[in-house]
Design a protein around this ligand. Structure first.
Ligand code: SF4
Ligand code: SF4
Length: 148
C-alpha cells in the first residue's frame, strides 16, 4: 500500500512539473543575448555623468562655472573653460571626471544652473586599466554624434 501511495505521489509531482514546463515552453523567449543584445535602461537609471548639448547651437551647454565641481562631495570633477571672443559666457574646454570615486549622488546635476550635465544610461563599463579615473567628458562629447 505504501509503495502505491509513493508511486501516485511521484506521478502527481511529475505531472505538476511537466505542466509548468509545457506552460513556459510556449511563452516567448525572454533571454537577452548579451552583449549582442542589451536591455533599455529605466528612465531613472544613473550611469556616469555626461555633458548635454544645446539643441540649437549643437555646442555644450556647460559654461565652466564650476558649481558642479564645488558641489561634488567626492571631489571627482575638474572643470575649466575660456571666454571666446564675442561670447557672453565661458565655454567648457576641460571636464574631467574620476568615475572611480563617483557615488552617482546627483549633487553635480542639481547644482548646475545651465542644466548642462545628465546621467548616462551606460551600465557596462569595464576596463583593465585606470580609464575611469580620468574620464575626459569634453572628448566624449566631441566623439558623440549630434542628434538631428
Ligand atoms: S554624481 Fe555625485 S559623486 Fe558623482 S560626480 Fe556628481 S556630485 Fe560627484
Ligand atoms: S555647474 Fe553646469 S555649467 Fe557649471 S561647470 Fe558644472 S556642468 Fe558646467
Amino acid at each position: 500500500m505504501k509503495a502505491v501511495r509513493e508511486v501516485l505521489s511521484g506521478t502527481k509531482s511529475l505531472l505538476v512539473g511537466m505542466r509548468l514546463t509545457l506552460r513556459e515552453f510556449f511563452k516567448p523567449t525572454i533571454t537577452v543575448q548579451y552583449p549582442h543584445q542589451t536591455l533599455p535602461m529605466p528612465e531613472r537609471f544613473r550611469g556616469h555623468i555626461e555633458l548635454r548639448r544645446d539643441p540649437e547651437t549643437g555646442k555644450a551647454l556647460c559654461t565652466a562655472c564650476k558649481l558642479c565641481e564645488r558641489a561634488c562631495p567626492s571631489d571627482c570633477i575638474l572643470v575649466d573653460g575660456v571666454k571666446l571672443e564675442g561670447e557672453k559666457k565661458k565655454s567648457v574646454t576641460d571636464y574631467h571626471l574620476n568615475f572611480t570615486q563617483c557615488s552617482l549622488c546627483g549633487a553635480c546635476i542639481e547644482a548646475c544652473p545651465s542644466d548642462a550635465i545628465q546621467f548616462t544610461k551606460r551600465y557596462n563599463l569595464a576596463s583593465q586599466t585606470n580609464d575611469y579615473r580620468n574620464m575626459d567628458l569634453v572628448q566624449r562629447f566631441k566623439d558623440q554624434p549630434e542628434k538631428k
